[in-house]
Design a protein around this ligand. Sequence first.
Ligand code: AMP
Ligand code: ZN
Length: 468
Amino acid sequence: MKLYNTLSKRKEEFIPLEEGKVRMYVCGPTVYNYIHIGNARPMIVFDTVRRYFEYKGYEVNYVSNFTDVDDKIINKAIEEGVPADEISRRYIAECKKDMEGMNVKPATTHPLATEEICGMVDMIQTLIEKGYAYDKNGTVYFRTRQFKEYGKLSHKNLDDLRSGERSLLVTGEDEKEDPLDFVLWKPKKEGEPFWESPWSEGRPGWHIECSVMSRKYLGEQIDIHAGGEDLVFPHHENEIAQSEAANGREFARYWLHNAFLNIDNRKMSKSLGNFRTVREISEQYDLQVLRFFMLSAHYRSPLNFSADLMEASANGLGRIINAAENLKFLMKNAREQSMSASEGVLYEDTKEFVEKFEAAMDDDFNTADAVAAVFDLVRYCNSNTDAKSSKEYLKKLSALLLKLTDVLGLIVDKEEDILEADIERLIKEREEARKAKDFARADAIRGELLSKGIILKDTREGVQWKKA
Ligand code: AMP
Ligand code: ZN
């Protein structure tokens, strides 16, 4: 399995730090508004990377933070006249709803920057002790030149940076020893949220957050660190400097970056005001269409958002869903029969599509080609099944289609009927839970059935059920 490493600028074979396991950190959004579809790109892309590792049998520890303390959050809070944490909590909840709609799995851990301040103070303290950081009137800076490998990720050298150093100076930061130094801790301004520290009442800089949360939840060294390409410099470059200086060892082995999502061939961003939120898109399309659209391009290629491409995506996804539904329909009416010899021979042909799918994903997660392999399978299913097909053959085809689409995170069998046997089993389990006075479990089972459209009725004769 090969992945493109921004650090080496090459595709490299993936070798995990620990066999069978992947430790992965993805920089999450700053939560002061609904996420836009540009933010959705890394979410969808790296969720697909995670799913493919899982498909390959890896256990993935996936950590993605929410940046919940930031100037933009504070400004929004002032604008609305509410506390900053009300803004961040609101938009974390909204972001999670969008993620669910896009079928992005929740991370193993979603740390919040504001809950990890102690760890940040600790790491800053270590950096000061090791001579990599210094305090100037309550602001702590990272001594960039002290970290000899600075620039290794963005492939910039310090001389290039020095020539642009004037623009790096931010008002109030002219007390830095060197214009290249960046902030680790800054004192509060009036009315801002703050935390105690040995240097001042204040808050951490953005870069230190990820270094600390990654170390806490994944360890000093991780396999993959990912995010949008705008984060390469300075955010990820600074994360490397902080983590490697503090821990004394290499931070992440592989650095993955998605290209930008553009709109009308211009960069989409909040500052240009040309962004579309995921929520707006959900009013027009099932968010699965947005997911399909994102995966129709390679993650390192710029992708242009347009109404036409969304329509094409809706059609493309529709073709896969139709094939899945057709198989389901045939299965319902098929007689219980095992696969015939000729079906067995036919089924062998599907191996080719799986190989094509895996070869595409093994080649730096080429989802565009992986989707093409799914279409090959769809065409095959449409032309090699009919009312005479055996149930076993249909089941195998359906399972294969669902397996591959699930790697891409595409839901193609939404109205999946729950099997009667499963309903009976759950009702029995609920009865047992009730006998054991485990009412929480009993209620959870009722809820689970309800979410699948099954209503339970407790009668004197026992439990009855019907479809909603
Ligand atoms: P932010 O909330 O700006 O920190 O961004 C959260 C994530 O979204 C980061 O990984 C960014 O690189 C990514 N991102 C922001 N805008 C875009 C865009 N237009 N296209 C692709 N990724 C983006
Ligand atoms: Zn980060």
